[in-house]
Design a protein around this ligand. Structure first.
Ligand SMILES: [Zn+2]
Length: 263
């Protein structure tokens, strides 16, 4: 499944949950417009929502400030949708002035709950992780969690490690594990087959990060960061995970920055 198709499916899943359960209450909530470099995708996204609900879209929630997820929201804005994001996302967007990314209308600090009929969507800021502006979204009754990018399902994270907060992310992941949910919609397709995630997947991802961190820490303190670690260190326990060969250097580089440099 392409990333675009997946993202639309994820968006429609959220919309469908709300549209069906809160049908009498007449509203839809959408998430990340995913229009980076492809504005037409956002038009398609809006059309796909219309196929599963005749109700107007009330809110568009930004999961975090990265442009690959939130660029292209103009069709939503033009339709009168209220855009919601974490305070830090807005601060970054104000500074960057990206011409393709619409500023949020409403700000979340620690959390917010949106209720439509008997359906409740909880937005939570659980600290620094994949970004400094991540909101995790949870449909309380359906026990569905939408956590974008910082919880890959069954795969090794890659370029997302560039501005990852390694120490704080572990706390953030533990907070996610303590929440009540059954199904995780990740920001990119779960492996294999674009599947949704479980708490076991989150536990596995935490273990991967902790193993990578511990391995690099030893090497860093022996003076091996950066090149020797990036080129030679392996984590064979995870070699069957998609992205292992291509993405592991990004992971090792991030932990070298932490343990070899103090950042
Ligand atoms: Zn991201």
């Amino acid at each position: 499944m392409s990333r675009l198709t997946y993202a639309i499916a994820a968006g429609v899943l959220a919309a469908a949950c709300l549209g069906v359960v809160a049908y009498a209450q007449q509203r839809v909530i959408a998430t990340d417009p995913i229009g980076y470099g492809r504005p037409q995708a956002v038009v398609t996204y809006v059309d796909e929502i219309k196929k599963v609900s005749s109700q107007p879209i009330k809110y568009l929630i930004y999961s975090h400030h990265h442009f690959d997820h939130i660029a292209g929201g103009k069709p939503f804005k033009d339709a009168g949708v209220t855009i919601v994001a974490h305070r830090r996302a807005r601060e970054r967007l104000v500074g960057l002035k990206d011409p393709h990314t619409v500023l949020p209308d409403e700000i979340v600090d620690t959390g917010r709950t949106i209720t439509l009929g008997d359906t409740t969507l909880e937005l939570s800021y659980i600290g620094l992780n994949h970004s400094d502006s991540t909101l995790v979204m949870r449909l309380l009754k359906q026990k569905v969690l939408f956590a974008v990018d910082f919880l890959p399902v069954g795969s090794v994270p890659g370029r997302g490690m560039l501005d990852f907060y390694p120490l704080e992310a572990e706390d953030s992941i533990k907070k996610v594990l303590a929440m009540d949910w059954d199904k995780l919609i990740p920001g990119h397709p779960g492996a294999p087959g674009g599947r949704l995630g479980t708490k076991q997947d989150v536990q596995d991802q935490l273990m991967f990060l902790q193993d990578a961190s511990a391995a690099v820490k030893v090497e860093a303190q022996a003076g091996k960061c950066w090149d020797p670690v990036e080129k030679e260190l392996k984590l064979p326990k995870y070699q069957s995970w998609p992205g292992y060969e291509q993405n592991l250097p990004f992971v090792l580089r991030r932990y070298c920055a932490l343990w070899g440099r103090g950042f």
